[in-house]
Every structure is written in structure tokens, then in C-alpha cells.
Design a binder for this molecule. Structure first.
Ligand code: SAM
Length: 435
């Protein structure tokens, strides 16, 4: 999911009232208006870039006011997004109108759109209903502007309240989801995401704002503070409702990696808990990089290929950490054709279980429409599945063993398995040693 609070381009030297004082509406240089053409060009540029990194079923929320929201709406349509809702956030405590010549400005708009017209999105209908007296949640949200306790790390000039971001995140993501905010400022999105057990990536051009973000992140690393903040967030029926709901949210199924290796790499791999896998070749697009690998908790090794069947070697390991590293950060790899590597650290060295020796059956290991992982497997790159599917794949082997004496017999004894492994011609290097 993406939440974006881009510049509204409203810093036009106007005046407003804050705490009874007349103040300038100017937010910073980044918010100065340069005319409609400039705003359109700016919005088209960042929206196309963000669209490229969104998953097919991902949604995007963009906040704005009359200064930028028409441009955003037009460009979303131009880029083929499907607009789902336009939320009106009605502030319960707006500042009075200074000129007394207009109605008080008390709302902001938040457009919710999805990337693909065809692929369905996620909506937590039941929770939204629960938060609205058991009636369907409507597209007008009455939530207060930012509260004092949210400014504990110095305030960003356009900081959003956690209540708005929490509702957005809870309505449109599942636990552990990745959330991106390309105009993160003080990272209200990130704080709301982490408080909700979701993951977050934020971008901003101003280091001062990123310092506020860091300070806020450090604050909520203390679980007591996090729990207290969850109690203070508006929009829930009781103070404890949010904490209670998060405990009951179903946890997502854990993913596992399937990592290709050559037979000659196995002695090395079983003697270390840190190794590298190819991630992105020079000609790949960053979009080809399967970020899902970073979510995996276990890795299973496989061999084979080049016309021969692919099979599990029986080696598996619990993953402690996976990092994406540029070749320049890895000694000895500076001149490699591969631009990026996954650096994988295991909790312990690989374990061996001969009952995992079985042929890889893509039909069992991957969902019908999971073309990405099927392709990765074909290229001997790390592919992602679930442990349940690896077990199911293995059961198929047992069934096949019982039914006939086929190639799968090699799983029965170590010596036959070794013979089979020896007879395989081994494909190009995909596993890399730590220098
Ligand atoms: C409206 S504020 C976001 C505030 C944020 N939602 C919060 O709660 O703190 C927009 C942010 O976009 C940043 N920004 C403006 N232009 C940018 C650009 N071209 N690239 C990256 N960040 C930019 C500004 O520094 C500012 O922090």
C-alpha cells in the first residue's frame, strides 16, 4: 500500500490563525506554487514512478486540498488507476477563517485508488463497520487535527494525525504488509504502520524531517509507549479497542525461499551461516527484484536444471537476516555482472534432512497465477513459496514412491541420491561464496 501526502502547493504568502495568533500559511520552499502546469508535471512524475513499484493488487491513498487534488485526480485517471473512494476528512477542530469572507476550511480530501482495474484490492469491511456503530463506514471521516502528544519530537509543519493514518492502514492492509510513503515528512505513516505491525519505507528530501521521523521511531520501540499511543489514537469506540483488535488479527502465512546451488557449493554452504545469492543482474529492472524474499523465514536448497529435473538437496536453514547489497559493498564482487546480491545470514548452519529430497513440482509449489516465482525458478534465482507447499510437494514424492519406482527413488538412500546428483550437468553459477 502507498500513502502519499505530497506538497499541496498552497504556500502563497496567505495568513491563517493558530492558537489565537495570526500566522503565515507558508510551509516551506517545497510547498510554493509554480502554477498548474508545474503541479501537473510534478504529480505525473512521482505518480508514474510509484505506480511502477506497486504490486498488482496494491492500493494508493493521496491526500490533498483544492490546491492539488484536481491535478492528482486527473493524473490518476491518465495513468489508468481505478479510483475507489474520495474520503473527506472533516477536522473536528479546524482553525477559524481569518478573512471572514469564506466558509471555514475544515476538510481535506484523500483519494483512494488501486493500481489495476482488474485485480481486486483488500478492504477490511468488518473492522470499518465495527468502528462505525456497526453500520457501514462512510466516506466522511470526522477525526481531530493533530494532538499535542503527537508532537513530542518537534512538529513537522504539515504533520498528519495518527488517527487518519491508522484508519487508512487498518482499512486497506493486512498484518506485515509493506507500506510506502514517498513524501514521508515526520513519518506519521511509518509510526502508524509500525504501531499496527506493518512494515514501512519512507522517503523525504529534507534531512531535518527524517530526524523527526527517527526520533518518533525510537519512541515507539518502547512497547509501553507504543501501547499508550495506541490507546490515545482517535477513531476507536474505547481506549483499549485498538490494542485488543491487533492481538486478534490473523498472522500471515510464513514464506520460505528456495535457493539454487551447485553441488560443489554444498560443502562450503554447510560450513557457514552467511552467503550470497544473485539478486539483480545489470540488465534487470529494479521491478524484477522480488522483495518477497526479505519476508522469508526459512530457506531450502535445490539443485539440477539444464534439461534435468530440479530437486531439493535436503538442506534447509532458519533465516536470521536478509540484506540487499550492492556489489561495491562486497569485497571481491566489485566487478561482477551482478549488480545486487542478497546477503543471507542463517541462525545456524544448514541442517540436512533426507526426507526433504524430492523433485520440485512448480504446479504444487506456486499458485496458478504466480508467474513471477515460476520464472525465477527457471532462471535458478531464489523463488518464494510457503512451508506448507514444500511439505505438499514432498508428500507428492511419497505418493509417487508408493505408486511406482521412478526417478524419485533416489530419495531413498544417500548413495543413490549422490549418484543421481553426480550425473547432473550443473548450470551456471548462481550461489556466491562470501569472500
Ligand atoms: C505534506 S508533507 C508530508 C507530511 C507527512 N505526512 C507527515 O505526517 O509528517 C510533504 C513532504 O514532502 C517532502 N517533499 C517535497 N518535495 C519532495 C520531493 N521532490 N522529494 C521528496 N520529498 C519531497 C517535504 O520535505 C515534506 O516533508
Amino acid at each position: 500500500m502507498v500513502f502519499a501526502d505530497p506538497p499541496y502547493f498552497l504556500s502563497n504568502n496567505g495568513l491563517s490563525i493558530q492558537n489565537g495568533q495570526i500566522v503565515s500559511v507558508n510551509k516551506g520552499k517545497w510547498d510554493k506554487s509554480h502554477g498548474f502546469d508545474y503541479i501537473n508535471k510534478f504529480n505525473r512524475n512521482w505518480l508514474s514512478k510509484v505506480r511502477n513499484v506497486m504490486k498488482e493488487d496494491a492500493t494508493i491513498w493521496i491526500s490533498g486540498t483544492m490546491h492539488n487534488i484536481f491535478s492528482i485526480g486527473q493524473i490518476l485517471t491518465e495513468l489508468d488507476f481505478k479510483i475507489l473512494n474520495i474520503i473527506t476528512w472533516q477536522k473536528t477542530n479546524p482553525p477559524p477563517n481569518f478573512s471572514c469572507r469564506y466558509f471555514t476550511y475544515s476538510t481535506e480530501q484523500i483519494i483512494w485508488a488501486r493500481k489495476s482495474k482488474k485485480v481486486p484490492h483488500y478492504y477490511n469491511y468488518e473492522l470499518m463497520k465495527q468502528l462505525n456503530d456497526n453500520k457501514q463506514m462512510q466516506d466522511v471521516w470526522k477525526l481531530p487535527a493533530i494532538a499535542k502528544w503527537e508532537k513530542s519530537c518537534k512538529k513537522h509543519p504539515t504533520q498528519k494525525p495518527l488517527s487518519v493514518l491508522t484508519r487508512i492502514i487498518m482499512a486497506s492492509t493486512k498484518p506485515n504488509a509493506w507500506i510506502l510513503d514517498p513524501f514521508t515528512g515526520s513519518s506519521t505513516t511509518g509510526i502508524a504502520a509500525n504501531l499496527a505491525n506493518r512494515r514501512f519505507l519512507g522517503i523525504d528530501q529534507e534531512t531535518d524531517f527524517l530526524e523527526i521521523s527517527k526520533c518518533r521511531k525510537i519512541e515507539i520501540e518502547n512497547e509501553k509507549t507504543a501501547e499508550l499511543y495506541r490507546k490515545k489514537i482517535s477513531g476507536f469506540n474505547t481506549k483499549t479497542e485498538y490494542n485488543k483488535y491487533l492481538i486478534t488479527e490473523p498472522k500471515p502465512i510464513e514464506k520460505v525461499s528456495l535457493g539454487f546451488c551447485r553441488k560443489k557449493d554444498i560443502p562450503y554452504l554447510t560450513n557457514t551461516n552467511k552467503f550470497y545469492f544473485h539478486a539483480i543482474e545489470q540488465n534487470n529492472f529494479v521491478q524484477d527484484f522480488p522483495t518477497e524474499i526479505l519476508e522469508t523465514k526459512e530457506i531450502f536448497l535445490y539443485q539440477g536444471g539444464r534439461g534435468k529435473p530440479l530437486f531439493f538437496t535436503g538442506h534447509y536453514g532458519k533465516i536470521k537476516e536478509i540484506k540487499l547489497k550492492h556489489k561495491s559493498q562486497i569485497k571481491g564482487k566489485e566487478k561482477s555482472r551482478t549488480e545486487y546480491y542478497y546477503e543471507i545470514t542463517l541462525e545456524h548452519n544448514f541442517k540436512y534432512d533426507k526426507s526433504i529430497l524430492s523433485r520440485l513440482e512448480p504446479k504444487i509449489l506456486f499458485d496458478k497465477n504466480d508467474r513471477t516465482n515460476k520464472e525465477l525458478l527457471k532462471k535458478y534465482l531464489p523463488a518464494i513459496t510457503t512451508k506448507e507447499k514444500v511439505i505438499e510437494n514432498n508428500k507428492k514424492k511419497e505418493k509417487a514412491n508408493a505408486e511406482s519406482h521412478t526417478h524419485l527413488q533416489f530419495a531413498k538412500t544417500n548413495s543413490t541420491s549422490q549418484k543421481l546428483q553426480k550425473s547432473m550437468s550443473l548450470p551456471t553459477l548462481q550461489t556466491e561464496r562470501k569472500e
